[in-house]
Design a protein around this ligand. Structure first.
Ligand code: NDP
Length: 290
């Protein structure tokens, strides 16, 4: 099988991607707007294509990883290349609409297109810790999976090209929520002389414990039925008041607890007080008016 691969965009991430392909033994062609960034890779065995169009032609599979979608569009606008037969895997970060639009653009020009999201930093690329999400036609993912696997743990999400970006931002929501909750607790405990390192293992245990609830709560959301099996939203809302009052009394920031309480209060006002916490999905699923 043909394991040639092209990497376009040799920033911190593109260089790491190229290096992982080289290490896995794939003949790797590279191209970057600023050609000098290819020097080290060429010394390590990569082939530098003279033009963007040549880079596309050099391999059946081309990975693109540039700053953002406007940069990608600027780059693609420089080519009138016939993309027929090419498979583009775009690992540039962006939103789902940009991914879908670029998929249309590429497919109109005869390319096969997968959109991807890299959930890792450059130093772990090429190890199992590098999770890379893909969406688009499954047959294209399967056809190139053996080559893509050189980059890390690759997974396929579905045919909708926007899915990789959506999972990417959903992951950000999770990451910042966990971190912010931890920072809130740390700020409170520090007023009592408990340092961050002392609280961290305790916080970690709570986060892991709460994570265990997700599959069961997801079932409630998917069924659209929220019986209060362990606790009613009203009970949670009273605990939210404790968190707000304690934060204020200690002189730490209470914005986040107040925001959480405001959402719960709206849900209770809409008649959901006796239901379970995940009924808040209804608040999360519409824009905030106010
Ligand atoms: P860098 O800033 O290191 O590299 C940016 C790359 O984009 C360079 O190759 C640059 O070329 C190229 N570029 C920018 N504008 C243009 C343009 N108009 N035409 C052609 N090429 C252009 O960024 P990273 O490599 O770190 O990030 C690349 C992508 O990977 C981003 O979307 C980022 O969100 C994503 N990513 C990065 C992670 C990280 O930890 N670094 C983690 C997860 C995702 P030139 O060298 O000529 O300037």
């Amino acid at each position: 099988t043909d394991t040639r691969v092209t990497v376009i965009g040799l920033g911190l991430m593109g260089q790491a991607l190229s290096r992982a392909f080289l290490k896995a033994g794939h003949p790797t062609t590279v191209w970057n707007r600023t050609a000098a960034k290819a020097d080290r890779l060429v010394a390590e065995g990569a082939l530098l294509a003279p033009t963007f169009g040549d880079a596309l032609k050099a391999s059946p599979l081309t990975i693109v990883c540039v700053t953002d979608y406007p940069a990608l569009r600027e780059l693609l606008a420089t080519t009138d290349a016939d993309l027929a037969g090419t498979t583009l895997v775009n690992l540039t970060s962006g939103d789902s609409a940009q991914a879908r639009e670029t998929a249309r653009w590429a497919e109109e020009r005869g390319a096969r297109y997968l959109d991807g999201a890299i959930m890792a930093v450059p130093p772990v690329i090429g190890t199992a810790d590098a999770v890379i999400l893909h969406s688009g036609p499954e047959s294209d993912f399967e056809a190139h999976k053996p080559v893509l696997e050189a980059l890390g743990t690759v997974s396929y999400l579905g045919a909708d090209h926007g899915l990789a970006s959506l999972y990417d931002v959903a992951g950000l929501a999770m990451m910042w929520s966990v971190l912010n909750a931890w920072l809130q607790g740390t700020a409170m405990l520090r007023t009592a002389g408990v340092d961050a390192a002392t609280y961290a293992p305790f916080a970690r245990q709570i986060a892991a414990g709460v994570a265990e609830w997700l599959p069961g709560y997801a079932e409630q959301i998917d069924n659209g039925s929220f019986p209060a099996e362990v606790s009613a939203l009203e009970t949670d809302a009273r605990a939210m008041d404790h968190l707000i009052e304690e934060s204020e009394a200690l002189g730490v920031n209470a914005e986040l607890p107040k925001l959480i309480k405001a959402m719960a209060a709206r849900s209770i006002a809409a008649g959901h007080g006796a239901e379970q916490y995940p009924v808040l999905i209804e608040e999360f699923s519409k824009p905030h008016e106010g």
